[in-house]
Design a protein around this ligand. Structure first.
Ligand code: ADP
Ligand code: GLC
Length: 486
C-alpha cells in the first residue's frame, strides 16, 4: 500500500485516515500489508517507534538519490510501515505546499518517492524473501509507482508479476506539470502521448495511474459514475470512460477505535447510543472552548479544508441569514486565504453566534463532531467524505449536498423514513445559497421536535460506518485482480 499521507504520521485530509485504517483492517482479515509513505518532518521518529532498516539508492532523472528507509509498525496491528526518508525533499513544514503555494519541486519529490517503490520491492525480495501479490497506490503522488512498475521495471523480477490497483480520492488534484519538466520522471519520451501521460500538451501524473493500473477504484459508487461526466471528470472523463469496465467505487469506512464517542480521549465526556447524557457535556464544553454563550440553542459544526470543493463559500453566503436566528455555528478549517478572511470578518460581526478556529487541530475536530447538533457539508463534489461518517457515529445530524459519497452515506429525512428508523440526515441538490438555507431551516424545524430528532440521532449512531464491509470489498477485488495478472 503506497500513500502520500497516513494517520498517525502525516495528514492533510481524508486520504490519511483511509491509508491509516484500511491496512489494519486488511491485516485483521489475515493479509500481510506493508505501508509505504514519504518520511516527512511531521513524523516523530523516536516516539513513533521508527528504526532505520537500510539505505536505498534510488535512481532518478536527477541522478541517484540515497534514501534512508525507516521502519515501524502501525499501532495494534501487524502492518509494517516503511518511510522513505530524504530530508531535502520531505523535511519541510508542509506536505505538498506552504502558505497556499505548491512546492515548485513536487514533481521531483513524488517521482523520487514513486521510484523508491519498485526499488523497495526488489529490496524486500532480496533481504526478506517477501514479494507482495499486489501494489495498491493512492492519488497522483503515487501514480508513477505503478507506471514505473509497468515500464522501467517490467522486465525485472519480482516486479513483473505484481498486480496493481490505483485509487482515485479526488480528480481535482492531478499533478499537472509543463511538458518541459517531463524528463524529470525519467520515463521514455515515447510515453508522452495523449494515450499515456500527456494531457493537452502537459504532463498529467494522475493520468499515468489511470492508464497503467490493472484496476481502478474510487471512494464511492456515486463518485465512480460522476467522474465519467464532464462536470466532475476534470478533463479526464474520457480516460475514465475508457476504463470503466475496470473501475469500481467502494465507500470508505472509518477507524471506529479512533472515532468512538464512548472512548474518545479528546472529548470532555463519553457517551453512546444507550446513554446520550455525555453529549450535552460535550456541547457545553465546545461552546465554552469556542467562546460562545453556553446555552440550549442548536449548534451547527463544520470541520473542513477551506476550498472551492467544499462549498464553504455557500456557508459564508448563508451565515448573515442564519445569524438572524437563534443558532450558533462553530467552524474549524484552513485553506483558501480569501475564505479564511471572509469567516474572520463574519465572526467579528457576530462573535456571540460564530465560533471560529483557523488552523488544523485534530482534538478540536473530535470535539466539534461530539459537541455539535448538526454537521454541515455543502460540498460541490465529494468523492467520499469522512466527516459526515464521524458525525453519524457521534450522533451529530449531517446536512449535506447530494453528491458523491455524501449521497451514498446519508439517508434523507422524511417523516416516513424517520418512522422506519432509516433517516440519518438532510440532503439538498443545488449548490446554491437558497438550497442550503432551505435545508438548514428544515433541519432546525425538525431539531425542535425532540422525538424525531432523537430518532435521527439514533439511526445515525446505529449505522455501520466501520471498515468491515469495505475492507472485504477490497479483498474481493484484490483476489480478482491478482487472478487476472498480466
Ligand atoms: P477531504 O479529504 O476532502 O478533506 P474528508 O471528509 O474525507 O475530506 O476528510 C477530512 C478529514 O480531515 C477528516 O478526518 C477531518 O476531521 C479532517 N480535517 C479537515 N480539516 C481539519 C482541520 N482544520 N483540523 C483538523 N482536522 C481536519
Ligand atoms: C479525498 C476526498 C474525500 C475522501 C478522501 C478519502 O480527500 O476529497 O471526499 O473522503 O479523499 O478518500
Amino acid at each position: 500500500m503506497v500513500s502520500p499521507e497516513a494517520v498517525p504520521f502525516a495528514k492533510t485530509g481524508g486520504l490519511a485516515d483511509v491509508a491509516g485504517a484500511l491496512p489494519k483492517e486488511l491485516a485483521k482479515l489475515g493479509h500481510r500489508v506493508c505501508l509505504v509513505i514519504p518520511g516527512y518532518d511531521t513524523i516523530d521518529w523516536a516516539t513513533q517507534g521508527f528504526k532505520e532498516w537500510r539505505r536505498l539508492t534510488v535512481p532518478t532523472a536527477l541522478g541517484p538519490i540515497e534514501a534512508v528507509i525507516e521502519q515501524a509498525t502501525l499501532a495494534n496491528s501487524g502492518v509494517q510501515v516503511l518511510a522513505v526518508r530524504y530530508d531535502p525533499f520531505f523535511a519541510r513544514p508542509g506536505l505538498y505546499q506552504e502558505a497556499g503555494r505548491s512546492y515548485p519541486d513536487n514533481l521531483e519529490r513524488f517521482a523520487f518517492f514513486s521510484r523508491a517503490v519498485p526499488e523497495l520491492i526488489v529490496a524486500l525480495k532480496q533481504e526478506r524473501g517477501w514479494v507482495p501479490d499486489l501494489l495498491h497506490a493512492h492519488d497522483w503522488q503515487t501514480a508513477l509507482g505503478i507506471v514505473y512498475l509497468r515500464t522501467l521495471y517490467s522486465g525485472q523480477k519480482p516486479c513483473q508479476g505484481i498486480a496493481t490497483i490505483f485509487t482515485i480520492h479526488n480528480m481535482g488534484y492531478q499533478g499537472r506539470f509543463p511538458a518541459a519538466d517531463y524528463w524529470k520522471t525519467g520515463l521514455s519520451p515515447e510515453l508522452f502521448t495523449p494515450k499515456r501521460l500527456e494531457f493537452y500538451g502537459q504532463l498529467n501524473v494522475l493520468k499515468g495511474g489511470l492508464v497503467f493500473a490493472d484496476y481502478l477504484t474510487t471512494v464511492s459508487p456515486t463518485y465512480a459514475r460522476e467522474i465519467q461526466t464532464a462536470a466532475l471528470g476534470f478533463g479526464l472523463e474520457g480516460v475514465i470512460q475508457e476504463r470503466q469496465a475496470r473501475m469500481i467505487g467502494i465507500v470508505n469506512g472509518i477507524d471506529v477505535d479512533q472515532w468512538n464517542p464512548a472512548t474518545d480521549p479528546y472529548v470532555p465526556a463519553r457517551y453512546s447510543a444507550t446513554d446520550l447524557a455525555g453529549k450535552m457535556i460535550c456541547k457545553d464544553g465546545l461552546q465554552r472552548e469556542m467562546g460562545l454563550p453556553v446555552r440550549d440553542v442548536p449548534l451547527i459544526g463544520i470541520v473542513s479544508r477551506l476550498t472551492e470543493q467544499k462549498g464553504l463559500d455557500l456557508v459564508a453566503d448563508v451565515l448573515p441569514d442564519l445569524m438572524k436566528m437563534d443558532v450558533q455555528v462553530t467552524l474549524l478549517g484552513t485553506g483558501d486565504p480569501s475564505l479564511e478572511a471572509r469567516f474572520r470578518t463574519l465572526r467579528t460581526r457576530t462573535s456571540k453566534k460564530i465560533g471560529l478556529r483557523i488552523g488544523f487541530d485534530e482534538g478540536l475536530a473530535h470535539r466539534i463532531e461530539a459537541g455539535s447538533d448538526l454537521f454541515l457539508m455543502p460540498s460541490r463534489y465529494e468523492p467520499c467524505g469522512l466527516s459526515q461518517l464521524y458525525s453519524l457515529r457521534y450522533g451529530t445530524v449531517p446536512v449535506v449536498r447530494r453528491t458523491g459519497g455524501l449521497a451514498d452515506t446519508v439517508t434523507p429525512y422524511s417523516s416516513d423514513a424517520v418512522k422506519q428508523g432509516q433517516a440519518t440526515g438532510f440532503l439538498f441538490d443545488e449548490p446554491t445559497k437558497a438550497a442550503l438555507l432551505t435545508t438548514v431551516l428544515q433541519a432546525l424545524r425538525v431539531y425542535g421536535q425532540k422525538d424525531e430528532w432523537t430518532a435521527l440521532i439514533l439511526a445515525g449512531m446505529g449505522t455501520d460506518v466501520s471498515w468491515a464491509k469495505s475492507a472485504r470489498a477490497y479483498v474481493d477485488l484484490y483476489r480478482r485482480v491478482v487472478g487476472m495478472k498480466p
